[in-house]
Design a protein around this ligand. Structure first.
Ligand code: F6P
Length: 323
């Protein structure tokens, strides 16, 4: 192993820069040359690189987004696109590649490995959705969840002052990880997540009961699911059962930006070092994550083929605490 590349792909996530920085420092400490590939799989297909040395990653640990930029490239889902990427990897003279991203990134990487005998591939989970199998937490989740909690706290002030019901929609794609943890931390009254059937009648009844025993506000945290903006629909449905003054707030991309939290900087650093060390140990076709406080190596196919379950204890306590 003499020369490696690193890229970020899919949605950016705070802490990706901490991971890039850690990978670069680890590579340099082992006399490995490292290049950055710009704009995810788009840059990989085009062999679009930037040199990465100590100066390039200086003062980046606190920055959100990704200094390498990112993309979601549909060409990578075609065999032709992947063969062009494999040829570019060869032209760039890479022996190994670190891929920071989520399910879609690892799906693409597995297909690439099946299509071509290419450089060793090691993934690092970076996604605010936290939906990647093989790691307890993905880089970026903690920052996004903290952003959502801050939003809930702020909305609670105004909700309480007007005795209102708020629907706060968070990201998370088809999973409820962000909604569940931010809902617990924000003391939300109700949760609507894609993993569960929502009963509008039961939700409305619980909200009514809450106000009847003296609550001055109610917050429903809604996971966007497959249909961003779904909270407007839910609010309309609840209104049919409950004629309360209500408002909808969709947090959207606010949750993806901003400086990474301590946890995301530490997780990004840990996994950035581990990814380069994994390449040096001769690993390939796997993602390095953290499970139960230990590093865990999961085959790339499993990271997107297996469904990561919600933490059942957290789901259970939400119901107890939201009463
Ligand atoms: O996967 C990260 C994520 O932020 C999801 O939570 C969200 O559904 C999606 O990306 C939004 O994608 P885009 O930035 O392309 O609008």
């Amino acid at each position: 192993m003499r020369r490696i590349g690193i890229l970020t792909s899919g949605g950016d996530a705070p802490g990706m820069n901490a991971c890039i920085r850690a990978a670069v420092r680890t590579a340099l400490a082992h006399d490995l040359a490292i290049v950055g590939i710009r704009r995810g799989y788009t840059g990989l297909i085009g062999a679009d690189t930037i040199p990465l040395d100590r100066a390039a990653i200086r003062n980046t640990i606190h920055l959100g987004g990704t200094i390498l930029e990112t993309s979601r490239n549909p060409d990578f889902y075609t065999r032709d696109g992947r063969l062009r990427a494999a040829a570019a990897i060869e032209r760039m003279g890479l022996d190994g590649l670190v891929l920071i991203g989520g399910e879609g990134t690892f799906h693409g990487a597995s297909l690439l490995a099946a299509d071509a005998d290419t450089a060793a591939l090691v993934g690092v989970p970076g996604s605010i959705d936290n939906d990647v199998y093989g790691t307890d937490y993905c880089i970026g989740f903690d920052t996004a969840a903290n952003c959502a909690v801050e939003a809930i706290d702020r909305i609670r002030d105004t909700a309480r002052s007007h005795e209102r019901l708020f629907f706060i929609e968070v990201m998370g794609r088809t999973t409820g990880f962000l909604a569940l943890e931010s809902g617990i931390a924000g003391g939300a009254e109700e949760l609507a997540i894609p993993e569960e059937q929502v009963s509008v009648a039961r939700m409305s009844e619980r909200i009514r009961e809450g106000f009847s025993i003296g609550k001055k506000s109610a917050i429903v945290v809604v996971a966007e699911g497959k249909t961003p903006g779904i909270s407007f629909h839910l609010a309309r449905e609840v209104k049919k059962h409950l004629d309360f003054d209500s408002r909808v707030v969709v947090l959207g991309h606010l949750q993806r930006g901003g400086p990474p939290t301590l946890r995301d900087r530490v997780l990004g650093s840990l996994l950035g070092v581990a990814a380069v060390e994994a390449l040096l140990e001769g690993r390939s076709g796997c993602m390095v994550g953290e499970v139960g406080g230990e590093l865990a190596y999961t085959p790339l196919e499993e990271t997107w083929q297996k469904k990561k379950p919600l933490n059942e204890d957290l789901r259970r306590i939400f119901t107890i605490l939201s009463d």
